[in-house]
Ligand binder design. Sequence first.
Ligand SMILES: [Fe+2]
Length: 332
Amino acid sequence: MHSNQLRTVSKHGTTKRIRLHQARLGMFVEELEGGQRHRQTAGFMIASPQDIERVLRSKVISIVINTGKGVDVLNTSRPGGLYDPKQFEAALFARHSQEEIREAQETIKETTPLIRELFSEARLSGTVDIRDARAAADQIISTAQNSSAAMIGITRLKSKDEYTFLHSLAVSALMVTFGRTLELSEDTISTLALAGLVHDIGKVALPRSILTKTGKLSDEEFAVIKTHPARGAELLAHFQDLPPAVFDICLHHHERFDGAGYPHGLAGKKIPYVARLAAICDVYEAMTTIRPYKKAWTQAQTIDLMLRSPGHFDPTLLGAFVSKMVISGAIA
Ligand SMILES: [Fe+2]
């Protein structure tokens, strides 16, 4: 149980205090708690995404739910543990249908070699085979109609040598899914899919010893890492017909909303919208990654940390990510 959860049992059921981002469809809300010990009695079921918006808009800090009248907090709010293959598989099958998992696995199997080829070609020849990237992006878009959550769930598990490909694939799927919930145009969605795949392409120019280093990076090493957005943008600049948003995402996905990011230290709305969206998906994906033999962050811990990093992300977009992707259950 979360350390700040209060649990009381009465004849009316079990009430529990939860954090905002732990709210889910099907929960029964007894009370909304705001700042200065302000309490609002509620007594309603979260039955639709609109109800979630209502909760978020009411500027509450915590929510008291009644688990006798509605669903409880998800298991994902448990502290992260070591990777357990059986548990990982069981959780996947509990959340997604067999058909969704099969479709997602097929897409991962078919697109991973394309992404691998894309990166090794870029490493060897200093150029990107954009046709491979487009083919993989198209497949991710069609899978994302039904099985994006399964795809995002499966790709959480990454070994060291497949990290970059699976991270790129998962960021692409996350951006497509987030873009759809934001009702962006299909053209933009297709741009997001492609950009997700190539956003880190500049890493091919960096020494492997720095990329695969597991310990803390020295200042010099971190300075090298920070060159990857500009190097990626250089690689993509050869393609005149590439949508500018792909270039923007590649160059600006490490900018921070408060201007403390890199490479240009852009702040607020000066950062292209699509790059602000990509920054959220990129960090969320990296943090929720499961590596064998390493403790993993849960979705709830990740969101908690992202919400408690003021200045890092566009707050409006992060709010939309939490309500439309996490609380609504679009990804788990
Ligand atoms: Fe990056």
